[in-house]
Design a protein around this ligand. Structure first.
Ligand SMILES: Cc1ncc(COP(=O)(O)O)c(C=O)c1O
Length: 397
């Protein structure tokens, strides 16, 4: 799609069309280029290509035509110059950060983030000489300010956060980052670009676990980094090429199909999650509910300002003991107990014992993840069937 067309069309249209020129491929559905290499038209062409003097397809580890379609579509809807498809969300985070860090550098991140990101930052990065400075009260901008020093290379926030639904103030963090001449990275997995476009609020780099809402049907582990042309080109040329976290073209094809229905799905996810959050908030067996669409959420006003909807993710704390929480999870009939989120089906997770198990109990409590918390990723089923399932399960307390 040309720049002129990208500027002309609205979000939903870009989700369906961007990146795929139907006349060029002569197919209505995007083709899967299941090839690891591409013919070079001449020795001179190949030499220029490998010197990065011209654009073209080099080798499957660096680029692929189906991946390129997905990358263009994602960049169009995240309003960035370019994007880079990766083999997982963790791979996206890894290369996004690695590009900006040298040994001895640090970055400042919200403490309320996905458990895997926490482990990458606190377990793997120190081995490479990178320090993550965690902000455990990430709604307090003064702590971010105090945490930055001359070795800080970027700020990092996941908003809404998994599983505690903290809302990071993207505009304030972007302003702070830019005052310090560093970029802001936003993990936009839980909102998806249908509900939040961090670039509009000043963010510089976006990362996604595309495994979640972008694909939407729990069919492929995948990730993506989006940002300026220079930044993305450099990652492709150096980190991506040297490490090899490339995405299979089949998975890009699944993502292209998934993105076509992103807006429709997100609208239904939001509607169902809101109804379930309100139901849980009034339930006698529930201590508290975290959902940014509830007025009781401490950052409800901020969420309303920076998001077009509150997404599918919510968590709640059950009354009683840990065994009661486990009994509730085991009693779900329709809702599937698993370690995933962001798909058409409603999923339940016990964060303290699965996604965030690798953190110590103290670390979990510091980021508001008690043992009795259940996370729900609300799907697009009939909401009455879901409420019935939850109500039946809560009788176990
Ligand atoms: C917010 C968030 N970011 C990143 C990831 C990592 O993504 P992946 O599982 O695709 O590597 C996850 C996984 O659950 C996540 O929830």
């Amino acid at each position: 799609m040309t720049e002129e067309k990208k500027n002309r069309y609205k979000f939903e249209t870009l989700c369906v069309h961007a990146g795929h020129d139907v006349l060029e491929t002569k197919t209505i559905s995007p083709p899967i280029y299941q090839s690891v290499a591409y013919p070079f038209e001449s020795a001179e062409y190949a030499a220029k290509l490998f010197r990065y003097e011209i654009e073209g397809h080099m080798y499957g580890r660096m680029d692929n035509p189906t991946n390129k379609m997905f990358e263009e579509r994602l960049a169009a809807v995240e309003l960035t110059d370019k994007a880079l498809a990766t083999s997982s969300g963790m791979a996206a985070e890894f290369v996004a950060c690695l590009r900006l860090l040298e040994k001895g550098d640090n970055f400042v991140t919200a403490g309320k983030i996905y458990g895997g990101s926490n482990r990458l930052f606190s377990q793997t990065f120190p081995k490479m000489g990178f320090e993550a400075i965690f902000v455990y009260e990430p709604d307090n901008i003064d702590i971010w300010v105090e945490s930055i020093n001359e070795k800080t290379r970027f700020l990092y926030v996941e908003t809404p956060s998994n599983p505690n639904l903290f809302i990071g103030d993207i505009a304030s963090l972007a302003k702070l980052a830019h005052e310090n001449e560093i970029p802001l990275i936003v993990d936009n997995t839980v909102a998806s670009p249908a509900l939040q476009q961090p670039v509009v609020l000043g963010a510089d780099i976006i990362v996604h676990s595309a495994t979640k809402f972008l694909s939407g049907n729990a069919t492929c582990i995948s990730g993506v980094v989006a940002g300026s042309a220079d930044y993305i080109d450099k990652i492709r040329e150096i980190e991506y090429r040297n490490i090899g976290p490339s995405l299979s073209p089949f998975n890009s094809w699944l993502l292209l199909l998934g993105m076509e229905t992103l807006s429709l799905r997100m609208a239904k996810h939001c509607e169902n999650a809101q109804a379930i959050a309100e139901f849980l908030e009034n339930h006698s067996k529930v201590v508290s509910v975290n959902y940014p669409g509830l007025k009781s959420h401490p950052q409800y006003e901020l969420a309303k300002k920076q998001m077009k909807g509150f997404s599918a993710l919510l968590s709640f704390v059950t009354k009683g003991e840990l065994t009661d929480t486990k009994n509730v999870i085991d009693a779900f009939n329709l809702i599937i107990h698993t370690g995933h989120l962001g798909t058409t089906k409603t999923l339940a997770t016990h964060p303290a014992f699965t996604t965030h198990q690798q953190l110590s109990r103290e670390e979990r409590l510091a980021i508001d993840i008690p043992d009795t918390m259940i996370r729900l990723s609300v799907g697009i089923e009939d909401v009455n069937d879901l409420i019935e399932d939850i109500d039946r399960a809560l009788v176990k307390i």
